[in-house]
Design a protein around this ligand. Sequence first.
Ligand code: MF3
Ligand code: CO
Length: 253
Amino acid sequence: MILIKSIKEIDCIRESCKIVAETLQLIKRYAKVNVTTLELDKIAEDYILSNSAIPAFKGYSQGGSVVYPATLCTSINEEVVHGIPGNRVLKDGDILSVDVGVNKKGYFGDAALSIAIGNITEDNRKLLEVTEKSLYLGIEQASINNKIGDISNAIQSYVEGNGFSVVRALCGHGVGKKLHEEPQIPNYGEKSKGPVLKNGMTLAIEPMVNMGSYRVTFSDDGWTVLTEDNLPSAHFEHSIAIINGSAEILTQI
Ligand code: MF3
Ligand code: CO
C-alpha cells in the first residue's frame, strides 16, 4: 500500500529532509583528496545528532541481513551504492557517491549525491552530469495522475540516450514513515505503467548510472554493490513530495 501523507506529516518529513540536505552540503565541503570516508562519516553523524535527529541507515537491516554499521553510504568509482565508510583515502580523480538518511521524530528523509574529488576525467564528468540530470527529469514526471513508469522511463531514456546504463537490481522507493516504503521506483521501464501518482505521496527517486554494463555484483561485506565490469558508477537521489499536483523537492537546500 502506498501511504498518502497529510500536510502535517509532510512538514515533519520536510524537517528530516532539511537535515539530510544540510548534511550532504557539509560533506561536499569536506570530501577532498587525502580525507578518509570514515572521517566524513563522523562529520555527518555529529551533524545529524546535533540536530536532535538519528542517522537512519545505522543499524538498518533487511530480513536478517548484515546490519548496516554507519551513518553514510560512501561509494567510490566502481562501487555503485551502499559502500561502507572506512580507512580508504580519497584520491585525485575519484568519484564519490554519498548517501544519507535521517530519522527525526519517526519521519524519514533520504538523499544522495556524487562528488568529483580533485580533477576527474571528462568521461566521469559526463557520467555525473547525466546522472544528476536524469534525476531531475524523473522528478519532473512525478506529478499527479502520471504513473511510476513515467518517472522510470524518463530516467532510462535520458541515460541510455547518452550512452550509459541504468542499474536494474536496485530501485527508488517510497519514504517518510519508514526509510523504505512502497512503491518501488525502478530507473527503467515503460511510460504509463505502474501505480498512479497522487497528492500526498512522498518518494525517494535515485538513479544509479553505470558507465558500462548495467550489471552489478554484491561484495562479501554484505552491503557494497559493485559494477560487474569495474567501470565507474554515479548516484543522485532526492526525496520529494507530491503537493498541489507536482513534485516539491524536500532534500534541496
Ligand atoms: N538510499 C539508499 C537506499 O534507499 C540507502 C540505504 S542504506 C541502508 O537504498 F543501510 F539503509 F540500507
Ligand atoms: Co534511498
